[in-house]
Ligand binder design. Structure first.
Ligand code: SIN
Length: 303
């Protein structure tokens, strides 16, 4: 795999002086993803260990840290090692005192949703509707249902690498529009509540245009960059042609051989690369409680 750049962010000297932890990166047997065993994210991570995590993230696109007993502050601090954090437009669902954390939850308390209950109900790449979409996202399990609640990840590098020639030609040089409101009001999971967006919120999520095929700025590989969740149209094509082409790209992207299905375990922290993957929340029975904390790291403008 070619590597264009790999430059973990430097940390303060006090953190750089700390001892390495003994941990292993175990790739999953399937399409994508790896488990990181033995790294305790509640302890400071030195530059060498951080570089290994960064490398694993680039190589495997989604990494799973098991049994992480970390606080929101520690999740935020670890996320910040990778870049600037993005604050979600739905202020209602940000963790009190920690706006860097979006609560993803189907739990209703006193008649109010405590979090975004149907986050990820359609395949998407986080914040692709922004000029600077997310580099990656971290989701830390707080409360898990006894049944369901899986998260699926599809490898968009493999989607591009295996794209039939006719589709490659059809998308060559083209861009697509992305919008947060594309499917905002469409319900998929029972009982979830979505607030009406204020004019200020709508202004924060104005439509943007990105190339359909992007180059990952760190691993140098090409990836398809469209998704049913946020992509609305292909620029310059009549509506019916745009819809047909997008539907073909979506169907091609989520073939089973390119998917990792994450079945959550208590205290998992999952960190994925939004430049390489799209993801989907499979949902769980509405009477079961599910709560996770998400941080989102800002990436570059896609090219
Ligand atoms: C998300 O799309 O960020 C949430 C995924 C999930 O809840 O499994």
């Amino acid at each position: 795999m070619s590597v264009v750049s790999f430059s973990p962010k430097p940390v303060s000297t006090s953190v750089a002086a700390i001892a390495s932890q003994a941990f292993e990166v175990r790739p999953f047997s399937g399409a994508v993803g790896a488990e990181i065993i033995g790294l305790d994210l509640s302890r400071p991570i030195n530059d060498r260990d951080f570089a290994r995590v960064h490398r694993a993230h680039l190589d495997h696109h989604v990494v799973v840290f098991r049994d992480q007993r970390i606080t929101p502050e520690q999740q935020i601090a670890f996320s910040r090692r990778f870049g600037v954090l993005q604050i979600h437009v739905l202020k209602q669902f940000l963790l009190a005192g920690h706006p860097e954390i979006l609560i993803v939850s189907n739990i209703i308390e006193n008649g109010q949703s405590i979090g975004l209950g149907d986050a990820g109900k359609f395949w998407h790449s986080d914040l692709s509707y922004k000029e600077l979409p997310s580099l990656g996202s971290m989701l830390h399990a707080q409360e898990l249902p006894s049944e369901g609640g899986d998260t699926l990840f599809a490898d968009m590098h493999k989607a591009w690498d295996s794209l039939p020639e006719a589709l490659r030609k059809a998308v060559k040089g083209r861009s697509a529009a992305h919008s947060y409101t594309a499917r905002y009001s469409e319900s998929k999971f029972e009982g979830n509540w979505r607030p009406t967006l204020t004019p200020e919120q709508l202004a924060q999520v104005a439509e943007v245009v990105h190339p359909i095929v992007r180059t990952h700025p760190e691993n140098g590989r090409k990836a398809l960059f469209v998704s049913e969740g946020f992509t609305t149209r292909i620029v310059g094509l009549p509506e019916d042609e745009s819809k047909q082409l997008l539907d073909e790209l979506y169907a091609h992207s989520v073939q089973p051989q390119n998917i990792y299905r994450h079945q959550w375990q208590a205290h998992d922290l999952v960190f994925w690369d939004n430049r390489s993957l799209i993801h989907l929340a499979a949902g769980c029975p509405s009477h079961l409680r599910r709560k996770l904390y998400r941080t989102t790291i800002q990436g570059d403008a896609p090219f």
